[in-house]
Design a protein around this ligand. Sequence first.
Ligand code: ADP
Ligand code: F6P
Length: 325
Amino acid sequence: MAKEINTIGVLTSGGDAPGMNAAIRAVVRQSIAKGKRVMGIKRGYAGLLDEEIFEMNAHSVSDIISRGGTILQTARCMEMHEPSYQKKAAEMCRKNGIDGLVVIGGDGSFKGAQKLADNGINTIGLPGTIDLDISCTEYTIGFDTAVNTAMEAIDKVRDTSTSHERVSIIEVMGRGAGYIALWCGIANGAEDVLLPERYNFDEQAIVNHIIEGRKRGKQHHIIINAEGIGHSTSMAKRIEAATGIETRATILGHMQRGGSPTCKDRVYATTMGAMAVDLLCEGKTNRVVGYDHGEFIDFDIDEALSMKKDLNEYQVDICWSLGNS
Ligand code: ADP
Ligand code: F6P
């Protein structure tokens, strides 16, 4: 028989992402609507181990749906990798009456959730990361806001780049995943896009591309560089020396992680937050919510973590070919 859940805990873990607050709000209010107690856990697994746990009510999440960041704050917690601390985290849940837990974070956070499920706490993961790098889902909380923030920033750099007839290298976030770079590459009409998934790029080809463009009368040349490739400043120096054209590097950095979530991030994060509570109330555990082909669905966490995804090859091809013509 499915375990009946009385108290639901919620935490955010790993890098923050716009829309996490909308998900927290949905978890809290859906729990209350279903007659459950709800506990907020501060600073991810670190706060769980330190017992930074407090009861939440409908008012605790007033006025947060439009706010970036996470009111619960987030952290990375090395101890959680160790079985003794995983056991302690589960005991901390039990001590506070938490029998169901919603973990909002990325793949790493899901591994922690999996361990808590192994230790008897019903857990559901929600995909929260600006990187879109969770294989079981086409949507992650925060990507839409982050990619729009990056796109708008790149448009602005492009204006001044054109005025000064410069080359601009703009570095966007994504250490292991090039989704932000690829989407901006297409949306900003960049001349070159460097992706961590396609690590072997030819810098001389970029230099040739810049020189040919200049001969054809191009007044700017935008290179979007993913963080996973990095080294934008030294690359700018080399490109300037090789082309004779002034080249500047702009690293967008953490501005991409903040800001008020887009409508899509608010709506999808809210839907996923409510769904996590519904799954717990149905007695489900060790599941992660995803979005696939227009539907919100849930997967076994083990299955979700074993899935692989790559950038859409067709989009990579058109991104490169349209920027090259
Ligand atoms: P994300 O959740 O965004 O992928 P991290 O990889 O930094 O971010 O993971 C967030 C946290 O999840 C880590 O600080 C750690 O507490 C926990 N975690 C990550 N990997 C594991 C693991 N293999 N086992 C248990 N907990 C883990
Ligand atoms: O996972 C999101 C992300 O913003 C990545 O794109 C980036 O590599 C990483 O987090 C940076 O994390 P932090 O600066 O918090 O260590």
